[in-house]
Design a protein around this ligand. Structure first.
Ligand SMILES: NC(=O)c1ccc[n+]([C@@H]2O[C@H](COP(=O)([O-])OP(=O)(O)OC[C@H]3O[C@@H](n4cnc5c(N)ncnc54)[C@H](OP(=O)(O)O)[C@@H]3O)[C@@H](O)[C@H]2O)c1
Length: 267
């Protein structure tokens, strides 16, 4: 799909980090945007900063992706105001790190609500008008942690593996419908994802490795235009996929790159 003035695009989690960068990139390519997140003030600020699309003003839609009625209403409102939907980015997500047995179970519940239910409910809402139109593209933001889960991020990694599996199956299921699906597997990018817990991050999670989210946004927009199955950035993230066939090899690579906290058990 070529992204341009004819593209009506919705981005969840557009108020910060990667979602904000994706919205900015799509806008620079001419798309008319719908911006979804809970913080309406941040979305309004972004909408005012983005170049105006020749197709019409960007639309701010405050909604919680984990609230089915709210996300369905936000997507329906965008479709009715913009007249259609070609591109949907399921990006909204949260993270809590820490050893599973020590962490409050509420953290697990919150991650499952946003990263699993939120992705599922928002993609379902977006697919309805795309199926009617017989065209569209969905991007799901998983993570390198969805390819190989890390200690101190058991639930986060599991939610991102869900996102991967969900998107992978949909890409095949939707074959022949005019709708395609791309999954993104980011490594470490500058964002607010860990702003609430910087001091709790495990040793293997390095702030020094964080890259600018604009780089990821460009790769994702290019991947949509090329109808790529996946985006792996940085490229080494792809190596984590080897975990399915050679987990001990991946452990060894991770220990070398990130130290023993990335794979403390030897077997
Ligand atoms: N940063 C990384 O290194 C990295 C790596 C791999 C994958 N990812 C994934 O990238 C995605 C974006 O994360 P980020 O790093 O950009 O984090 P971020 O800066 O914290 O942004 C998260 C976005 O999600 C929104 N959000 C959170 N809960 C929501 C909810 N219930 N309903 C609607 N919107 C919600 C937030 O907006 P409000 O608070 O305004 O609702 C915010 O706009 C996530 O899915 C994350 O798992 C990030």
């Amino acid at each position: 799909m070529r992204i341009g003035v004819q593209t009506r695009a919705l981005v969840t989690g557009a108020s910060a980090g990667i979602g904000r960068a994706i919205a900015t990139e799509l806008s620079s390519r001419g798309a008319r945007l719908g911006l979804i997140a809970r913080r309406a003030d941040r979305l309004e600020e972004l909408a005012a900063e983005l170049p105006v699309s020749a197709a019409g003003p960007h639309i701010v839609l405050a909604a919680d992706v984990a609230d089915r009625a709210a996300i369905e209403s936000a997507v329906a409102s965008f479709v009715s105001q913009a007249g259609g939907l070609e591109l949907f980015v399921a990006n909204a997500g949260i993270a809590h790190y820490g050893p599973f047995v020590d962490a409050p179970l509420e953290h697990a519940e919150q991650m499952i609500a946003v990263n699993v239910s939120g992705t599922t409910l928002s993609v379902a809402a977006a697919l309805a008008p795309m199926i009617d139109a017989g065209r569209g593209h969905v991007i799901v933001i998983s993570s390198g942690a969805g390819l190989r889960a890390f200690p101190s991020a058991a639930v986060y990694g599991a939610t991102k593996a869900y996102d991967k599996g969900f998107a992978e199956a949909l890409r095949h299921e939707l074959s022949g419908t005019g709708i395609s699906v791309t999954t993104a597997f980011p490594g470490e990018f500058e964002s607010d994802l860990h702003a609430h817990e910087r001091e709790l991050l495990p040793d293997w999670r390095s702030n020094d490795e964080e890259r600018p989210p604009a780089e990821l946004a460009t790769a994702i927009a290019d991947a949509v235009e090329a109808d790529k199955r996946g985006v792996y950035l940085p490229r080494e993230v792809r190596l984590l996929g080897l975990n399915g066939i050679a987990p001990r090899l991946v452990d060894r690579i991770l220990v070398r790159l990130r130290g023993p906290s990335a794979a403390p058990r030897r077997d």
